[in-house]
Design a protein around this ligand. Sequence first.
Ligand SMILES: CC(C)(COP(=O)(O)OP(=O)(O)OC[C@H]1O[C@@H](n2cnc3c(N)ncnc32)[C@H](O)[C@@H]1OP(=O)(O)O)[C@@H](O)C(=O)NCCC(=O)NCCS
Length: 326
Amino acid sequence: MTGAIPCGVDIEELDTTDPAARRTWFEVMERAVRADRPHALVTTLGAVEVTMTSPSTYFARTWLQATVGGTVVGTAELELPLNENTDVAWAEVDVLPTHRREGIGRALWQAVEQRARAAGRTRVGGEVTVDLAVPGAGLAFATALGAREKHREDHLLAELPVAAAPIDPDYELVTWQGRCPDEHRPAYLAMRNQMNADVPTGELDLEAEVLDDARLAASEERLGRAYDVRVAAARRRSDGTFGGYSLLFVPHGADYGWQDDTLVMPEHRGHRLGAALKAANYAGLPQHIGLVHTWTAPTNTAMHHTNTALGFHVVEHMHEMEAVIA
Ligand SMILES: CC(C)(COP(=O)(O)OP(=O)(O)OC[C@H]1O[C@@H](n2cnc3c(N)ncnc32)[C@H](O)[C@@H]1OP(=O)(O)O)[C@@H](O)C(=O)NCCC(=O)NCCS
């Protein structure tokens, strides 16, 4: 894709050593995202600060911004996986509503694409999320840049408390916050890796991330700086086998949580453990947490049913897009 940067617009890399610049980048990104997505889950400044100030061993990240007369009006983020999927780059582009349809999004995309290509990547993936009621430009934009949909998920919300979902009496709940206790780590790693291998990704052609103890520990340490991380797991009473887990994040200072993985291991399915694990995590939250976000592929009938039975309802459609840049 070629094209000039619009007159008066500068595209530059964010100076991540400058705290005020980091905050401005975050605030512009958040305003741009929220403009047409009233239910958006936007990352927090705290989480962005962790990724901007302490580079990860597993992903290389670059933040870009578009300025007009020295004012930031658009942002982009480029993420390069370093361990697996080394042909892929992940990207997001956001432009303030006051500056849309002026070619700024395209200019940011071109800067992303150029860097992705220079890093040897042949495809760029990104999520475009669209509210059910408010039209957004994301899909038309991504399509205009040559991206195609590879997978779709629903974004659902539930107000707390959710419907009761007691655990099957053959199982007991094991819960922790933050770092997984040593005695559960092998079983937890096995479940996390099963999840990474099992999660439906539609036509997205991706290698599953493989977690070992060191990678789990690094992720726990980084996540703990921005989130209260809560895990509820189910252990079969008869033999002590772990049958599933559910992972919930509450950003520090937030009044909502977001549901990450929920997995029930194949031989433990059919006991409604997914609902019980989610409900157990929500029941343990502090009183001021009133809302939980989650995502499920519409084709994942079992999880969709679990979610709607708990009280979740769909608010947005998330499209996983991919552009070939080779
Ligand atoms: C999507 C977004 C980044 C576009 O930014 P922008 O600066 O307005 O984009 P551009 O002006 O460079 O548009 C590039 C092309 O995208 C398409 N496009 C952009 N907005 C569009 C809209 N509202 N309707 C139809 N096509 C649109 C057009 O083909 C456009 O080219 P054209 O103006 O020559 O016709 C911006 O609307 C935004 O921030 N939306 C919210 C966040 C989001 O959805 N980001 C995408 C996820 S990566």
